[in-house]
Design a protein around this ligand. Structure first.
Ligand SMILES: [Zn+2]
Length: 330
């Protein structure tokens, strides 16, 4: 048994429930049905596109003893759900030393030991972005002559982060963000009390990235979206004092302030579109675009983008609101 590897709960989810990326899902479910799923798999895509979820589905499929794998009901699936399946191992690159040469060597020697219960042992190598070349080279040795009852699943933001020699011995599945409408529909099921238009707006801001959309909503997306709209209207129609009072609410916290700026930036981008006569579905953008010259709107948009980088520095949040109100004055 690999002592250095962390065993973790694997949430069962059926492949059919996976949103978007239909070609990847079709290909995977065909391979699962025909028992031709590769022994080494790379899943790449931006943070929030579902790499880990997909890796978990593949892990469950690999140990499931039901008829339609992963069934979610057999003892193996239940063990996987309860963090106790002895044949699912996780090495996480976000943990310090999580994918070090030592950990990979442990995986390598463990891989040649027969599975405990399942027909296949699964090693999930998560967030391989930080897996350095020596560790990848150590891993290559087991990829070159893989034991027959083992499956490796790697997740990485881009397959290009991995050595060509690792890539060429693995099957690559690339995940992309969903169209915002589809992402919103999915997220709305998870947040039934949240206003659908806000979810859709957030999904549009996050370019259909489901993970990011969920995170933004959890960080007070609805409140952030409303405050951004109030600030935006105050900049166009209100008094300087109104803008100052509203921007000072950003001192509530950095993630919240970042969310508000994202919404402000989206409003500004839509407003620029409206100002040049391009199509926009944003009511607030259309409303504001009529009240200012294009040059001023562009300057506001630029200053909002500047504010995003300023927030990224260590600026004191109590001053940030006041500073923002001053640069929104055009
Ligand atoms: Zn099962």
């Amino acid at each position: 048994m690999c002592e250095n590897l962390r065993k973790k709960a694997v949430a069962v989810m059926r492949l059919e429930e996976f949103v978007f990326n239909d070609n990847v899902i079709t290909e995977l479910s065909d391979s699962m049905r025909n028992n031709t799923l590769p022994h080494a798999i790379i899943i790449d895509g931006a943070k929030g596109t579902g790499k880990k979820t997909l890796a978990n589905i593949i892990a469950c499929y690999s140990v499931c003893t039901g008829n339609e794998r992963p069934c979610g009901n057999c003892p193996a699936c239940l063990k996987a759900q309860h963090n106790s399946h002895p044949d699912i191992f996780i090495a996480d690159g976000t943990q310090s030393g999580g994918l070090s040469v030592d950990v990979i060597r442990n995986i390598r020697s463990d891989a040649y030991i027969m599975p405990n219960e399942a027909a296949t042992k699964v090693y999930l190598l998560l967030d391989c972005d930080k897996m350095l070349a020596p560790a990848q080279n150590a891993f290559l040795k087991v990829l070159e002559e893989p034991p027959s009852n083992v499956r490796f699943v790697m997740t990485v933001s881009s397959a290009n982060m991995l050595l060509q020699t690792v890539r060429s011995r693995s099957r690559l599945y690339s995940l992309y963000p969903a169209p915002p409408e589809q992402a919103a529909e999915y997220v709305a099921k998870l947040f039934p009390d949240e206003d659908y238009n806000n979810i859709l707006h957030t999904a549009q801001l996050c370019d259909g990235n489901i993970g990011k959309t969920i995170e933004t909503i959890q960080n007070g997306g609805q409140e952030a979206s409303k405050l951004a709209d109030d600030i935006f209207r105050a900049v166009f129609f209100g008094k300087e004092y109104d803008v100052l009072v509203l921007t000072n609410k950003l001192s509530a916290g950095r993630p919240f302030a970042a969310s508000v700026l994202e919404f402000l930036s989206e409003n500004a981008a839509e407003c620029v579109k409206a100002a040049v006569g391009a199509e926009t579905s944003s009511a607030i953008a259309k409303e504001c675009a009529q009240s200012m010259t294009k040059a001023k709107i562009l300057r506001i948009a630029e200053n909002i983008d500047r504010a995003k980088s300023v927030l990224g520095t260590n600026i004191n949040l109590n001053f940030f609101g006041t500073w923002l109100s001053s640069v929104l004055k055009v």
